[in-house]
Design a protein around this ligand. Structure first.
Ligand code: HEC
Ligand code: HEC
Length: 432
């Protein structure tokens, strides 16, 4: 109870910072050596990479989505839902029906599993992406009105014709705080959330995603990515380098253009773009980003909002409390009582939010419960924050109103509450 009163969302890995840099602190108490690796990873995270050959930070592309991690994960927070500028952080996954040999999405021939919309000089981007929105009005039982915008994506100028029946999944960059804590939540804890959902026999039926790890060659429980489509941070970071920036490493040694017609001119057999130590440092950096503490925890409206959050059953997916397991190499991550407000399971949130593109065992309606820790600081880290997997929601209220499917009852309960109660729930979210 004390930790929740003090608002230490990340246990001992909590920091007290409410500035625009509040997502960028290392977990307190790192050894001098670990702090050194964290700082090195920090520099690489914000480093714009360039085309090879270059003395430093070469290897970009030849096709990519952006040039640095931080250009998408602004201030270690979220991105913006645009495509085509240096701060654009929305990418599109692409595939055709069927599976790859490991049960994952079936890459679109000539395009792979992700659409790279930027290219180095002399190479064509895979395609351009245009996003447009349609506004619709939602009327509450009490007569208040909210406006919700639905995105549509159009692909133009593909470098070769797009395959028939291709599927896309828009994804905006999520925040990268508390990653090491989430990596350390025992599988048994996540599976217990799944069993509790099943035993309750209600509408909420979250399940774990099981995904292929290209480094261990094993199928493992997924916890990162917006459909829990990646099992650990090393693979997450290596795949970001490879798919988002075109940079190869010991974990993902093939260029993202591998096998495409455009690439045959420049063979990719000359070693990896970044040394092992760099991949490891960036992985260590995100693993050791702290979680900022809550604010205004004793405010009456916030306390009321927290009560309603439980009463409306938001907590059936946004699980408030769990413990991390043992981490021998980083003891500070061990046995922490944390409050991430996620179960790391995927849930069907209805057809309006669906991307209709399966990702391992997450179907086209399912998304991982977004961790809500830090969500109230996004206005500091990100200026104008956008919510949900594709950034369609412009306010927390809009994000809640998009919930459907397994969250239908919780959403309806929210809409039936008075404006005062709804404001209290938003005030609670803003305190996280
Ligand atoms: C083009 C924008 C873009 C770039 C560049 C980018 N990311 Fe991401 N990042 C994303 C998106 C989108 C996701 C969600 C991916 C998914 O659902 O599979 C993500 C997910 C992540 C996650 C998992 C977060 C979670 O909650 O599961 C981590 C960690 C991460 N990125 C780190 C990095 C690092 C490190 C780099 C640089 C090497 C990087 N990213 C570069 C857009 C980007
Ligand atoms: C059935 C599980 C489930 C329930 C119940 C649920 N959520 Fe969610 N929530 C999710 C999932 C999954 C997402 C991610 C959806 C997406 O990105 O498209 C999400 C996203 C959110 C977001 C946006 C987070 C962000 O950073 O983009 C907010 C805010 C939120 N939920 C609040 C609530 C509130 C408040 C309630 C109760 C009224 C609630 N949720 C009930 C599963 C659930």
């Amino acid at each position: 109870m004390l930790t929740s009163i003090l608002g230490c969302l990340g246990g001992a890995a909590t920091v007290f910072d409410i500035s625009s840099a509040s997502f960028s602190s290392p977990i307190p108490g790192l050894s001098a050596w670990n702090q050194h690796i964290h700082d090195l990873g920090d520099k690489i995270f914000s480093q714009a990479f360039v085309a090879a050959p270059a003395p430093y930070f070469g290897g970009l592309g030849p096709i990519f989505n952006n040039t640095s991690c931080t250009n998408c994960h602004h201030n270690d927070g979220i991105g913006i839902p645009t495509v085509g500028t240096s701060s654009s952080s929305l990418l599109l996954r692409i595939s055709i029906s069927g599976n790859d040999p490991f049960g994952g999405p079936n890459p679109a021939p000539g395009f792979g599993g992700q659409l790279q919309n930027v290219a180095l000089f002399g190479v064509q981007p895979e395609a351009q992406v245009n996003i447009s929105y349609t506004e619709n009005y939602f009327t509450y039982p009490d007569g208040s009105i909210a406006s919700l915008r639905t995105p549509a994506y159009a692909l133009t100028s593909p470098y070769i014709p797009l395959p028939a029946g291709y599927m896309i999944s828009p994804r905006m960059a999520p925040a990268v705080i508390g990653m090491g804590l989430l990596e350390n939540v025992p599988e048994a804890t996540i599976l217990a959330f799944q069993s509790a959902n099943a035993a309750a026999g209600g509408a909420v039926k979250g399940h774990a995603n099981y995904v292929y790890n290209p480094y261990t060659h094993q199928t493992e429980l997924g916890r990162f990515g917006l459909k829990a489509n990646t099992s650990n941070l090393q693979v997450q970071v290596a795949t970001a380098f490879q798919q988002d920036m075109g940079i190869t490493s010991y974990v993902q040694p093939l260029k993202s253009v591998h096998g495409q017609s455009q690439w045959s001119i420049i063979p990719d057999t000359t070693g990896t773009d970044i040394p092992d130590s760099i991949l490891n440092a960036v992985t260590f950096y995100v693993r050791t980003l702290a979680v900022p503490a809550r604010r205004n925890v004793t405010d009456a409206q916030v306390i009321q909002g927290e009560k309603l959050f439980t009463q409306l059953n938001c907590t059936s997916c946004h699980q408030p409390t769990m413990y991390t397991g043992v981490n021998e190499t980083l003891p500070v991550l061990s046995h922490q009582r944390i409050h991430p407000y996620t179960d790391l399971l995927v849930h069907d949130l209805g057809t309006a939010l669906a991307d209709n593109r399966p990702d391992y065992q997450a179907n086209g309606n399912e998304w991982r419960t977004t961790p809500l820790w830090g969500i109230g600081l996004l206005e500091k880290t990100n200026g104008t924050p956008y919510y949900l997997h594709d950034g369609r929601a412009r306010t927390l209220e809009e994000a809640i109103l998009w919930h459907d499917g397994e969250a239908h009852n919780a959403k309806i309960a929210f809409t039936q509450r008075s404006k005062t109660d709804r404001d209290a729930i938003v005030a609670f979210l803003q305190s996280l």
